[in-house]
Design a protein around this ligand. Sequence first.
Ligand code: DP6
Length: 350
Amino acid sequence: MTFTAGAELADPLADRFGDNVIGDAAVAVAHPNIALVKYWGKRDETYFLPVTGSLSMTLDIYPTTTAVRLSSEPGDTVVLNDRPAVGDAHARVARFLDLVRARAGRDEYAVVVSTNAGPTGAGLASSASGFAALAVAAAAAYGLDADARALSRLARRGSGSACRSIFGGFAVWHAGEGDGEAGDASSYAEPIDGDALDPALIVAVVDDGAKAVSSREAMRRTCDTSPFYRPWADASRVDLEEMRKAIARRDLPAVGEIAERNALGMHATMLLARPSVRYLSPRSVAILDRVLALRADGIAAYATMDAGPNVKVLCARADEQRVTTALRDAADIQVAHLGPGAALVRDDER
Ligand code: DP6
């Protein structure tokens, strides 16, 4: 983990804190990650322990910047994208800070100011970058002694997929074994060597609004009610093993095929949930058709979709221009590559 000194990213947030703050802010930046083998389903909701392991690539776009500053005021203050967080959004951050306080043996409340460069809650992994940045900034603000694995386990408690955004490049999240404390210790992400693959991920944004059903609710409903869930989970364990091998031998078509079937399978599980959850829209399907057409033209392009209608297309960097051109009139396009892990940008010098 790189901790870079420097105030340039901290400065834009500095004047958003009120009075009654103690010491300097700890500021962290984290990037979203997109799973090529998905996390879909928890075996333990309290500890965010997944049913299956997953594998992702961290992107170099849509960073979240989060500043945490301890406060002498009662209660946590949370500002997300320039607005005070209330209700569930506030409760999720406050519960997460409770965990950090308990581990650090501290009881001060905090002011948290967080901004996403990308869309929030649109299936573009804003909760992954959000809780990875919060884990790193809050650990620093409360003086918690945490290495990268401990930060990954901590970030997982805010949002499962956040444990992978602690790391740059490709990361695998081990499902771990057991529930409660045993599961907590054994379920973390770690980086895997895949940098040589160096793919492009073309993000086709067809709708950047927040989704109607949260991924948390959708995965719970799927686990509880979908007859497709168990078969998908069994297939996903095989996908994970095959994906690791495909990355190791730098086999982009195999990586893409596994990612696409794993994602389509995940969406199939939700369609059979009761009531059904459908994130893909006609515009998503139009992108999927174009991906098929690209493949028919000999271009190795493969789609993956998360809890939202936006489609991400994996391809070789050498093909990114052709893929972008093929999708341009059907969606807003962002081109992403492998990005960095979560890092502190200004250390707390209280
Ligand atoms: C479809 O990590 O957002 O993006 O742990 O309940 O916060 P919670 O869920 P979250 O789920 C992400 C699901 C996914 C697949 C993935 O990222 O692996």
